[in-house]
Design a protein around this ligand. Structure first.
Ligand code: FE
Length: 284
């Protein structure tokens, strides 16, 4: 059986916005153009050399009902939370936090100047897991498996599998794929992704051709744009005459109602009201 290559269903340009205490970022999922892509609720790319763009950080705030995934490319971010955990996330490090029934945490830059760059992704939880105990997977940079191909392609396997190498993060409800792929000029990349998963490619350096790569039927997507992929079992990406770097993310859709209010994502309005009451009463 041959798997069909996924074509682009839609390209969404990330929108400049700010969140936390004035952190400038580019939002694609969870922004005005794409509310969510089940099971993904939000994708922010942050990146600046200017301390003023990030120094305010994300002071104490709650989460309930989903997972937040921080992937640092450059810079240092300190996290601290109501369960007593804390630490510093450095370049290449990943924090996959399952908020479950609730945590209160802060994410603050551990530097006042210089490059700070990375992604935050929000992943929904199915109803049965929304009130689970909070849980962390903190992955040090050296513990994120890296595959180096002969053609110069470098793939960091945050979740899922690539070339038989299992990702650093395990036991997540939506069976996610999360790869950081750096393609040299002219290189091609193919990855099998379960047919039922929703998937996207987000280039953040250069540009890449997505779809029937190499056949002239692909579509070029520039950095800062999110390509939502259509049906198929294979994701095919190719770099043109210049290198390109992107994240490929996929997950099994949950297919349940989404009730969302700021940092709370539940199934019903009543559950949201309960989350607000619990937070106000100090129960998170
Ligand atoms: Fe947070």
């Amino acid at each position: 059986m041959t798997s069909e290559r996924r074509a682009i269903a839609r390209v969404v340009e990330a929108v400049e916005t700010s969140d936390g205490a004035g952190v400038r970022l580019k939002r694609s999922i969870g922004g005005p153009r794409l509310d969510h892509l089940d099971p993904f609720l939000l994708l922010d790319e942050f990146g600046s050399e200017e301390g003023a763009d990030y120094i305010g950080g994300f002071p104490d705030h709650p989460h309930r009902g989903f997972e937040t995934v921080t992937y640092m490319l450059d810079g240092l971010m300190r996290h601290q939370d109501s369960t007593g955990q804390g630490g510093v996330l450095g370049p290449g490090g990943v924090q996959w936090m399952t908020a479950g029934r609730g945590i209160v945490h802060s994410e603050m830059p551990e530097q006042e100047e210089g490059l700070m760059r990375g992604f935050q992704l929000w992943v929904n939880l199915p109803a049965r897991d929304k009130m689970c105990a909070p849980r962390y997977q903190n992955i040090e940079p050296e513990d994120v498996p890296e595959v180096n191909r002969e053609d110069g392609t470098v793939v960091k396997v945050i979740a899922g599998r690539f070339d038989g190498v299992a990702g650093a993060v395990e036991g997540i409800a939506v069976d996610p794929v999360y790869l950081d792929v750096a393609l040299p000029a002219g290189a091609s990349f193919e990855q099998a992704v379960p047919e039922a998963h929703n998937a996207f490619v987000y280039p953040f350096e250069g540009a890449v051709e997505i779809g029937a790569a190499g056949t002239g039927e692909g579509q070029v997507v520039e950095a800062g744009h999110l390509a939502v992929l259509g049906p198929g079992g294979l994701v095919a990406v190719r770099a043109g005459e210049t290198p390109g770097r992107f994240i490929l993310v996929a997950g099994r859709p949950i297919g349940e109602p989404v009730a969302r209010y700021g940092p709370f994502v539940m199934n019903t309005r009543e559950e949201i009201h309960q989350a607000v009451r619990d937070y106000q009463a100090g129960r998170l």
